[in-house]
Design a binder for this molecule. Structure first.
Ligand code: G1P
Length: 288
């Protein structure tokens, strides 16, 4: 099997980040100089995928504008001789073939994914949540695609989280995980379990490669936790699902501490020496 398409759901409200998300999508929250969703699109592109469907909704037009060509801005930058900035702006519009579909009502992640059915057709696809940045030496989606192609299976990225956080996630039920295995089979999943009923603390991180059977399974799935159609409830019905344990950094941008952490840690690793030196000096100053 070959994974050539990616789907990025970006339709949810950013309620935890109000009021900043009142008039702008949470996926456009900047981390340093780029909006969150640009990191997500770039992760798919690095995995060799340049056909991307973004699932948007009301109030999300800024996302389309961001990935579109910007004639006036480009002309102005060119006229002013700001060619490095011009390159950066042009690169965004050339990143990938980006398509959009709007989710009409917010009925959960499972419902959002169903909007991808026509575009994806009968092919496996990568799914990347638009409000989550994952930084890893080998980009997360690239590892998932490799495991999915090797085992001809759906594959999810999983991460050990503190037990008290388990009720915020979909959680995997697995045999003991071999630390040397690139991927491992998962028997079952449960969406947002109470801590004392969770089969493990291996949480779904927001990166998936799914086989197209998921669409039929979603159709046959009832609404679940929170009265929403839960993707996890359909994933557990797939014939085989494998997990890949994440060893990179994951930032959930819908939540303020995680967003701040992303900015600080990514500034410290930024390839612009002035930025990391300034942030490092600021942090050192605060320690004293
Ligand atoms: C969604 C998924 C959940 C996953 C989480 C990762 O939940 O339903 O399985 O663990 O994303 O961020 P949400 O955060 O949308 O409530």
């Amino acid at each position: 099997m070959e994974v050539t398409k990616a789907v990025i759901p970006a339709a949810g409200f950013g309620t935890r980040f109000l009021p900043v998300t009142k008039a702008q999508p949470k996926e456009m929250m900047p981390v340093l100089d780029k909006p969150t969703i640009q990191y997500v699109v770039e992760e798919a592109v690095v995995a060799g995928i340049d056909d991307i469907l973004i699932i948007t909704g009301r109030g999300k037009q800024a996302i389309e504008r961001h990935f579109d060509k910007s004639y006036e801005l480009e002309e102005e930058l060119e006229a002013d001789g700001k060619l490095d900035r011009l390159d950066r702006v042009q690169d965004i519009a050339d990143l990938a073939d980006i398509h959009y579909v709007r989710q009409k009502e917010r009925e959960g992640l499972g419902d959002a994914v169903q909007y991808a059915r026509k575009h994806v057709g009968d092919e496996p696809f990568a799914l990347l949540l638009g409000d989550t940045i994952i930084e890893n030496e080998t980009p997360c989606t690239e590892s998932l695609v490799a495991a999915a192609e090797e085992h001809d299976s759906s594959v999810l990225s999983l991460e050990r989280v503190p037990w008290e956080d388990v009720p915020s996630y979909g959680v995997a039920d697995t045999e003991e995980v071999d630390p040397n295995a690139n991927s491992f089979p998962v028997n079952d999943f449960v969406e947002k379990p109470p801590r004392d009923e969770a089969p493990s603390n291996l949480a779904i991180t927001g990166r998936y490669v799914l086989k197209p059977e998921i669409f039929e399974l979603l159709e046959a799935t009832e609404k679940g936790v929170g009265g929403e159609l839960q993707l996890t409830d359909a994933i557990r019905k797939l014939d085989t699902v494998r997990g890949v344990e994440l060893d990179g950094d994951r930032y959930d941008i819908g939540n303020i501490p995680s967003w701040l952490e992303a900015n600080v840690e990514m500034a410290l690793k930024h390839d612009d020496g002035d930025i990391n030196a300034a942030v490092e000096a600021f942090l050192e100053g605060r320690d004293e």
